[in-house]
Design a protein around this ligand. Structure first.
Ligand code: THU
Length: 134
């Protein structure tokens, strides 16, 4: 599989997740055009709504390193089926690449590949359309 290394990084960073409330640890790894990788995990909070998903955590890491040209993201969780990013993460990913490849994998090794464009077909926001600065 083309993204097996990326999935491996997501699997490794998952061990660092801070998820004491849901006990659902998630790891994510973003790959750039030049094949650099930025990892992230979910960070939960006592005030549940403040939880940061693994995907946005990986994006924050890449952005803080001056990188925005993402081509793929791998997500790993111990779920029955490969995990799908939530709506908020889909929107945040679409800001940088609406055609991102999303590789979802379970800890047990089931892998599914999606296009963000299929998971979030209309990311533009009405009056704000055309104001994206990537
Ligand atoms: N979570 C992620 O980090 N990414 C996903 O794609 C699915 C959900 C986190 C949020 C929360 O900490 C826990 O998993 C349960 O929803």
């Amino acid at each position: 599989m083309q993204y097996s290394k990326l999935v491996e990084v997501a699997r490794e960073v998952r061990a660092k997740a801070y998820a004491p409330y849901s006990e659902f640890a998630v790891g994510a790894a973003l790959q750039t055009k030049s094949c650099d990788v930025y990892a992230g995990c979910n960070v939960e909070n006592l005030s549940f709504g403040l939880t940061l998903c693994a995907e946005r955590s990986a994006i924050a890491s890449a952005i803080a390193n001056g990188v925005r040209d993402f081509v793929a993201i791998a997500i790993v969780a111990d779920s029955k089926q490969p995990p799908l990013p939530c709506g908020a993460c889909r929107q945040v990913m679409a800001e940088f690449n609406p055609n991102l490849t999303v590789v979802s994998a379970t800890v047990s090794g089931e892998v599914q590949e999606f296009l963000l464009a299929d998971l979030l077909p209309h990311p533009d926001q009405g009056v704000l359309e055309g104001r994206r600065h990537v």
